[in-house]
Design a protein around this ligand. Structure first.
Ligand code: G3P
Length: 218
């Protein structure tokens, strides 16, 4: 499973990249705003800065909601760097834009997916990735991980190339469950990724090994 980090924070992206297990980055307008990035030029420059840190797909979301606007914005974003993936919302206009981008060889991430039907439509339009938001489904008492399972079955039935990018991942068990099901990619906060490393028995075991070594070696 590929690991993307879901942030526009350059320090966190660098920290994940330094770990050696980072495959890409996803951003969205809320995450850009959280970093205080505003103004068209600053936003575009920030995407380039991210692309200069991580050698993998970087999702950059369009703001336009109409087809023509999405196509214009998406083409501008795609020209920024070869790693850019144009993130497009799951709407009728968005699906038309994804179809257009797929015929032009521009990679897309169809975002705000909350049902298997939406994922199926996005795959048929030629999306490179679909992003089911599992945490936000959990927030409304619906099993987000079960949606990943449903989409996996459908995509495998028809051998869609579209990759399942489990998004709105909140904690390490989301990552484990998505990996069990066979999500192609997960995107989440650095904290969820780092939490996979920790185990109290590892800490205890290491402390014991070092104590035993020091008994004889001072
Ligand atoms: O990748 C989608 C993500 O940014 C949404 O996450 O935690 O705001 O639901 P969250």
């Amino acid at each position: 499973m590929k690991f993307f980090i879901d942030t526009a924070n350059l320090d966190q992206i660098k920290e994940a990249e330094d770990l050696g297990i980072l495959d890409g980055v996803t951003t969205n307008p809320s995450l850009m705003a959280k970093e205080g990035i505003s103004g068209a030029n600053n936003i575009l420059q920030h995407y380039v800065n991210i692309c200069n840190i991580v050698d993998g797909p970087v999702s950059a979301e369009v703001i336009a909601t109409d087809y023509e606007g999405m196509v214009k914005e998406g083409e501008d974003l795609a020209e920024l760097h070869s790693n850019i993936v144009v993130k497009v919302p799951m709407t009728k206009e968005g699906i038309k834009a994804i179809k257009y981008f797929s015929t032009k060889g521009i990679k897309t991430n169809c975002t705000l997916i909350f049902s298997a039907g939406q994922a199926l439509i996005a795959a048929k339009a030629g999306a490179t990735y679909v992003s089911p938001f599992i945490g936000r489904l959990d927030d409304v008492s619906t099993n987000g991980v079960a949606l990943i399972e449903q989409i996996r079955l459908i995509f495998d039935n028809y051998m869609f190339d579209t990759q399942i990018l489990a998004a709105s991942v909140r904690h390490p068990m989301h990552i484990i469950e998505c990996a069990e099901i066979g999500a192609d990619v997960m995107t989440g906060p650095l904290s969820a990724i780092l939490a996979l490393i920790n185990h109290p028995l590892t800490d205890n075991g290491l402390a014991k090994f070092l104590a035993d070594y020091n008994k004889l070696n001072g």
